[in-house]
Design a protein. Structure first.
Length: 314
């Protein structure tokens, strides 16, 4: 009881500058939106601090204090419904070009090592930082340098719903080979790779599992409420890596390490898309060998021949 009494005495003796508090409170109210004299008086009357010694003269002094601090206020007139509005103020976050470059480089570096949903939250965090500048050009600069910037917001917000797994979607996709086409797909999952976000799905039109770049999904037409049987057309490929490839190896979720020594690693991969898997194998350079099956060996040989022929033309 004695402790509570002491705490209450401390709280009763606390003081604040009412003029300073009122000035900051009015600044906050006007930053939210334009307000008339009556609106400001009404809100100030409901605050236990600003209700003391309140009058229109007090409000006028407060507004003059904001002007002296560097705020530019519009005059109440019929054109603005007789409201005070803040046209500009000196309280924004000041960022130089060097500051922005550093912030953008930091974001880019972080984005290389986090998941796609963390990138979205990172973008939202940066948006809040740049909003403090109250500078339209700086805010636009921040938007244009965001990772995943070219993805349609509606498409992104819809496809980040995990409950879509197993649902049939109808969408418009801007294919590099076929142009814009309407596709029916079964949603499987989202995957972030090489600074791009992909939809892993089964495509009815081509009877194949494939990745669709979200940047190329122009619109979602419909989402079926029915669940569809998962269609997994895959085969196993066994390969061996050594040297630098083994040292820097990061196993994918569709891969299993079946043998590992100090010199090499043998991996079994469940391949559902030839193109993507061939790209992965090519990244290992000369430090890789396909063990099985023979059909995939032939695919790799043909791909390497095509690459060699392409360079021969230069």
């Amino acid at each position: 009881m004695e402790l509570n009494k002491q705490i209450n005495e401390i709280q009763d003796n606390n003081w604040i500058s009412l003029t300073g508090y009122r000035t900051l409170f009015v600044l906050k109210l006007l930053l939210e939106k334009g307000r008339s004299t009556d609106e400001l008086i009404s809100i100030l009357e409901k605050n236990k601090y600003t209700s003391k010694s309140l009058s229109k003269d007090t409000l006028r002094v407060t507004l003059n204090t904001l002007k002296k601090a560097g705020c530019k206020l519009s005059r109440p007139a019929q054109s603005n419904n007789y409201k005070y509005e803040i046209l500009s103020h000196p309280f924004g976050l000041n960022l130089s070009q060097d500051d922005m470059n550093i912030l953008f480089k930091i974001r880019q570096k972080i984005a290389e090592n986090i998941s796609w949903n963390e990138i979205i939250r990172l973008n939202e965090f940066y948006e809040k930082i740049f909003a403090l500048t109250f500078n339209e050009n700086l805010m636009l600069n921040e938007q244009y340098t965001r990772p995943l910037i070219n993805i349609d917001k509606y498409v992104l917000n819809t496809l980040t719903n995990p409950h879509l797994a197993g649902k049939k979607l109808k969408l418009i996709y801007a294919s590099p080979q076929n142009g814009e086409e309407e596709l029916d797909v079964i949603y499987k999952k989202l995957k972030y790779d090489n600074e791009n976000l992909y939809l892993w799905c089964y495509i009815f039109k081509y009877n194949v599992n494939n990745y669709l770049n979200l940047e190329k999904i122009k619109s979602l037409i419909s989402v079926s409420i029915a669940d569809y049987t998962d269609k997994d057309n895959y085969y196993d490929v066994v390969y061996k890596i050594w040297g630098e490839a083994a040292f820097t190896f990061n196993k994918k979720d569709y891969e299993t390490i079946i043998e590992q020594t100090h010199e090499n690693i043998t991996v079994k991969a469940s391949v559902t898309n030839d193109f993507w898997f061939i790209q992965r194998i090519l990244l290992f350079g000369s430090d890789v060998k396909i063990i099985s099956p023979e059909a995939f060996k032939e695919k790799m040989i043909n791909k390497i021949k095509q690459i060699k022929a392409g360079y021969a033309q230069w």
